[in-house]
Design a protein around this ligand. Structure first.
Ligand SMILES: O=C(O)CCC(=O)C(=O)O
Length: 293
């Protein structure tokens, strides 16, 4: 494994070098980063997959940091039993009871995580999407976008044998902001396919209204209902390669399965808000200072 010193060298090389994906390279120059069809796609579907976004050396560094911190069980951690989703061990004392679900507070954990989550190119893309998708005046091209520390801000780990499935939900359900207009960034640090529990999405649901009767008590979509079944028939499950980035709207319904392979899956996940969309005072969303990028 690399030392942290050689990891920072790799990060610096990656940020400056020629290995960045096309979008990252474009964003280093002035002008729009996304094409009009890409922006239209995000507005319509609520998600955008940017293939080969992350510099390869940075992906390797982030993957190594994740593996090292998982082995060291570096706090703060969230365990599968804490979440209690289908497939999670019943208690800490049963087999797999110590299985990690998330390495929390990713921003503070490693330079590679910070570099991926706060890059100038990413900020440029998010500003474009927030301006287009939300009509938010505070998200004009020059206004800062903030990395939200109170939500996501983690490495999602999906371990063989004891990982759980996440039912269909909107991330905004437990978040408190002036407007339900945030965007999450899911950085694949390895291959993500159905067999290891990759994400599925129901395109366009970020623009729809849902009645209470369509959701259960934890605000998961009731999959047995005919109206929800019609939506579920339109689901998409994009496979991801290491370095791919998925951006998705906080009202977009998504879900993920368990990991049925023998290899852990690691994904770095952050959420972003426009400067003009503040968390509501006194809520969990306002509990940590956000990071301008
Ligand atoms: O990897 C998963 O199980 C999905 C996680 C997810 O959607 C979430 O935490 O909001």
């Amino acid at each position: 494994m690399r030392t942290s010193e050689s990891r920072s060298e790799a990060i610096e090389r990656s940020l400056l070098g020629p290995e960045q994906g096309d979008h990252a390279h474009d964003a280093a120059t002035a002008g729009p980063v996304l094409t009009p069809p890409e922006r239209a796609h995000f507005e319509r579907e609520g998600l955008l997959v940017l293939r080969g976004w992350s510099p390869p050396n940075l992906v390797i560094a982030a993957r190594e940091a994740s593996e090292e911190q998982l082995i060291a069980r570096r706090d703060p951690l969230e365990l599968e039993v804490d979440v209690g989703y289908p497939g999670a061990p019943g208690s800490r004392s049963t087999a797999g009871g110590d299985t990690v679900r998330r390495l929390l507070r990713a921003y503070e954990r490693d330079e590679s995580f910070r570099a991926l989550g706060t890059s100038g190119p990413l900020g440029a893309v998010l500003r474009e999407l927030m301006t287009g998708a939300t009509g938010d005046e505070a998200a004009q091209p020059s206004a800062p976008v903030l990395l939200v520390q109170s939500h996501h801000n983690c490495v999602m780990t999906k371990m063989p044998s004891f990982s759980s499935a996440t039912h269909w939900h909107q991330d905004i359900r437990y978040w408190s902001y002036q407007r339900p207009e945030l965007i999450s960034a899911w950085f694949a640090l390895g291959s993500e396919i159905e067999e290891n529990g990759c994400l599925s999405f129901i395109p366009g649901t970020h623009r729809m209204r849902f009645g209470h009767e369509q959701l259960d008590e934890r605000q998961f979509l009731r999959t047995e209902r005919d109206d929800n079944q019609m939506l579920l028939a339109t689901r998409v499950t994009p496979s991801l390669a290491p370095g791919d980035l998925v951006l998705f709207h906080c009202r977009l319904f998504h879900a993920a399965g368990s990991n049925f392979t023998t290899t852990p899956k690691f994904s770095l996940v952050y959420t972003y808000r426009a400067a003009g969309n503040s968390p509501l005072a006194g809520t969990k969303s306002a509990s940590l200072a956000d990071i301008p990028i």
